[in-house]
Design a protein around this ligand. Sequence first.
Ligand code: NDP
Ligand code: 2IT
Length: 445
Amino acid sequence: MKATEVINDLRRRFPNEPEYIQAVEEVLTTIEDTYNEHPEFERYNLIERLCIPDRIFSFRVSWVDDKGRVQNNMGYRIQHNNAIGPYKGGIRFHSSVNQSILKFLAFEQTFKNSLTTLAMGGAKGGSDFSPRGKSDMEVMRFCQAFITELWRQIGPDTDVPAGDIGVGGREVGYMYGMYKKMAREFTGTFTGKGREFGGSLIRPEATGFGNCYFLLNMLATKGIDIKGKRVAISGSGNVATYTAVKLMELGAKVVSMSDSDGTIIVPEGLTEEQLHYILDLKNIYRGRIREFADKYPCTYLAGERPWQNVKCDIAMPSATQNEIDDDDARALLANGCIAVSEGANMPSTPEAIKEFLNAKILYAPGKAANAGGVAVSGLEMAQNSQKMSWTAEEVDTRLKNIMAEIHHQCELYGRQPDGYINYVKGANVAGFMKVANAMMAQGIV
Ligand code: NDP
Ligand code: 2IT
């Protein structure tokens, strides 16, 4: 089938999965020319096999809250593709989680993992359980119930989960503890583990740091210095906070952060003290970004996102999917934004991406720019297999090299005749070719 036929067919078969269709459409429209150069792909119906996940597990997760009430959530794991390595990808706990969102994330993960140069297939999992407002004990009971169902489907060479929205070190620890008990083994089945039990140094920082390294590579193509640049960040979780840490280390100004309740705007840029307040607020106290505004002079915009509300040179969306629409994109461009580097997965709508590409600014899609997180997960798997742990410097150096290599691949496949680098096309084609060649070599399975 041709790429457009596959999209139409998937739309017909999965009418209630808009995020999945959105992610598939973006990839297929950019790889079409490459695909058409390989008639053997069509004979093997390769695209359709690459778009439909290998398998989906969905299950009920029942647990007891602190008031003694029985709660029921849905749990999922999408094993999308393992042509180039074991299934690998995060777990998301958020009230919005459904099959469409996890299918889009698992599909994206397959191409992202291919770009990292490491041997990892694509997967994603999660639940519509939200840890927000829950006690530690409730979170623990939920994680244990979730893994009691999922543990049979995962393993160090089968499928290796990690964190994502709502899943950080605490949740990974609880899930790993239950996994270890059920499987009666101590292996690297999760990444993002605590340092004391096999977690890699720099894994917590990796997505945010990696995005900054990718941004530096992009800016270098235009000879632009990051020092003094105003950067708007959305979110204030794992990815957003470590993006801010690295940006400030590099001399840039962080002019916004947000959560699902609202946005803080700090036109002069956060100070070191303010950044540390946010790190403690989010990592230790699990507080709200509004509390920052109670303590420091700034503008707090309830219910707003940063994009239409702040002048910035660079935008690094690091919260969730579809958080930049075309109005936001036009506002960013009108305010002088020259680069967008995505920490979140699919944060820009297709219409917003069109605006960025038409304006020919530096625009890095999530599957390239945020691949540092899963890349260091891959390094954690390597360390666990060796029963060794590398120094922070060693992991950070490898991360920088991987981000430079991803940038190089985007450039190779995405440079247009006029010199402009279309990172969307570059990332999709580079990610696709490796997986496609592996699938061809392995036959129809
Ligand atoms: P966290 O849970 O640590 O933080 C998420 C942040 O985004 C919070 O500030 C949260 O606010 C905000 N947020 C979440 N959902 C929404 C929403 N629907 N609307 C507005 N704000 C929202 O997650 P991460 O930092 O790990 O993940 C952020 C993004 O980065 C996601 O797209 C994830 O898929 C992607 N990513 C994560 C990687 C990782 O290693 N963790 C790797 C690569 C990509 P609130 O607290 O109010 O919910
Ligand atoms: O979206 C992602 O790349 C992640 N949430 C990290 C996945 C991982 O396996 O480290």
